[in-house]
Design a protein around this ligand. Structure first.
Ligand code: BES
Ligand code: MN
Ligand code: ZN
Length: 503
């Protein structure tokens, strides 16, 4: 969907469709008053009648019959004024685009709907524009991609009041487009079956991003991981028929970098559980066990387009987890690249095995922050619920705060969880430095505590097991059923705002 920004009056726009927002408490926002006047009070009449309630998701089509240049006016509900935040803006955008698409038109025009009513609060114009364009673009995502209609989506023009705002708004549109592309890439990778989204495929996608956007990428193989001493990652990979890959990407800003962030994503392309095999019901969903890795690739795509002044390294260890004659087994002891020996108890706790080596590997970049994303535990879903929030663990307060801030602005919800030192006792092993799983109770805390053993820097771990995939229904109006792309908007926001959030 093409999006442009200019100044102009909505009642003079020669548009196929003009979209106007109306709050629930029946009020014509200031920005729509000129249109209402041009339409001789038609909008106020409709609102006075009480026929249009202005709930988010409501819409009403009006034909102005030549009174104004626009051929159609669509009223869309903005909901309650007090509840009109950036998340509402994304939803309003998605509903608006869905309504406009039914009309088979070439273009639509709208305003910074409702912003004049909320701008005493701290919603910046550019944040409104970014949220609106993200919501509008993401609402149109479908999988498989072939199912997409061939017709070009109607182009959007956002009309601003002040010429001074054009630059900011244009930048916000550019950011939103980059973020939406990143989210859609992550969704597609997670939606792909595991016979398409193999470790090799993830590596190819990483290379394509790097070539297209001029960043660096290396896709390491098994023998490279052996040279690195990644005994923990390789233990999981040893039972896989698909060759494992360790993807390393890096974006370096042209100007001097204001710090280095390393992103790590779990890349289990299929999690059968291994020798500790999972029940077959719903096992197919484990094609999405690379949701963390997919989100990290999506972030790199967005970052490569946005070009923030911070260095960003992405690490995605990728492999299937399979039962096999060569597979790793409960009771095995392996050594990660930092020399820590690990006793394996349950081969289905494989994600932390990959992350252990990737986190140890991250140290060489002298990172200011390391953030990992992983569909790590069913326990996180038991604790917080499906689609409710991702579990956030961190060893550093400011980093946690920065992530919580990005979470609230992007609406990708995180919930802080504790790293009690007593969790470590559940990971005691008689035969190794650490045991990799700590049993059923507190499973999300012990998984994070295990990862902590491989961390020697400011770090945050985000368990997205409940967020990456929405099995039965759309997660929301701009996130259709299936892969959500969770984490891309959050982490892109976090990384692009790194300097500001740091002090
Ligand atoms: N990939 C799973 C976690 C998962 C569960 C992701 C549900 C998405 C939805 C992970 O590898 C796993 O199997 N975890 C085990 C850990 C246990 C064996 C300690 C779990 O959560 O049951
Ligand atoms: Mn598993
Ligand atoms: Zn897994």
């Amino acid at each position: 969907m093409k999006v442009s920004v200019k100044t102009g009056a909505i009642h003079q726009a020669a548009a196929d469709v003009v979209v106007i927002g109306v709050f629930r408490d029946v009020l014509v926002p200031d920005e729509a008053k000129s249109l209402d006047a041009a339409l001789k009070g038609n909008i106020s009449d409709i609102l006075d009648s009480g026929d249009f309630k202005g709930k988010v998701g409501d819409s009403l089509l009006i034909y102005p019959q030549g009174v104004i240049p626009a051929k159609r006016v669509v009223l869309v509900g903005l909901g309650e004024r007090e509840k009109y935040d950036l998340d509402a803006v994304r939803k309003v955008a998605a509903h608006a685009v869905n309504r406009v698409k039914k009309l088979k038109v070439k273009n639509w025009f709208t305003l910074v709907m409702g912003w004049s009513c909320i701008n005493e609060s701290d919603v910046l114009l550019e944040d409104w524009v970014q949220a609106f364009v993200e919501g509008a673009k993401l609402a149109s995502y479908r999988y498989p991609l072939e199912k997409k209609t061939k017709t070009t989506p109607p182009a959007l023009t956002l009309l601003l009041e002040r010429a001074d705002d054009i630059k900011l708004a244009t930048k916000a549109v550019r950011h939103a487009s980059a973020v939406a592309e990143g989210v859609m890439l992550a969704r597609t990778l997670v939606n792909h079956p595991s016979n398409i989204a193999t470790p090799t495929h993830l590596g190819q996608i990483a290379r394509e991003i790097a070539e297209k956007h001029g960043i660096e990428c290396e896709v390491h193989d098994r023998s490279w991981a052996q040279e690195q001493g990644m005994g923990s990652f390789l233990a999981v990979a040893q039972g896989a028929g698909q060759p494992p890959k360790f993807i390393e990407m890096s974006y370096t800003p042209k100007r001097k970098a204001q710090g280095t962030i390393v992103l790590v994503g779990k890349g289990i392309t299929f999690d059968s559980g291994g020798i500790s095999i999972k029940p077959s019901k719903d096992m197919y969903l484990m094609k999405g066990d690379m949701g963390g890795g997919a989100a990290v690739l999506g972030v790199m795509k967005a970052i490569a387009m946005i070009k923030p002044p911070v260095k960003i390294v992405a690490l995605v260890p990728a492999t299937d987890n399979m039962p096999d004659a060569n597979a790793y087994k409960p009771g095995d002891v392996v050594t990660a690249m930092n020399g820590v020996s690990i006793e394996v108890r349950n081969t289905d706790a494989e994600g932390r095995m990959l992350l252990a080596d990737a986190l140890a590997y991250a140290k060489q970049f002298k990172p200011d922050a390391v953030v990992d994303l992983a569909t790590l535990t069913g326990a996180s879903v038991v604790a917080l619920g499906r689609g409710m929030a991702a579990a956030l663990f961190s060893n550093h307060r400011e980093l946690e705060d920065a992530l919580m801030q990005s979470s609230s602005l992007t609406g990708e919800r995180l919930w802080p969880m504790p790293l009690f030192k007593e969790y470590r006792e559940k990971l005691k092993s008689d035969v190794a430095d650490i045991m990799h799983s700590g049993g059923r109770f507190g499973g999300v805390g012990t998984s994070a505590t295990f990862l902590k053993e491989f961390v020697d820097f400011d770090w945050a771990h985000i368990d997205i097991a409940g967020m990456s995939f929405s099995q039965n229904k759309a997660a929301n109006v701009f996130t259709p059923k299936g892969a959500t792309g969770f984490g891309v908007r959050l982490i892109t926001h976090f990384a692009t705002n790194w300097q500001e959030s740091k002090q």
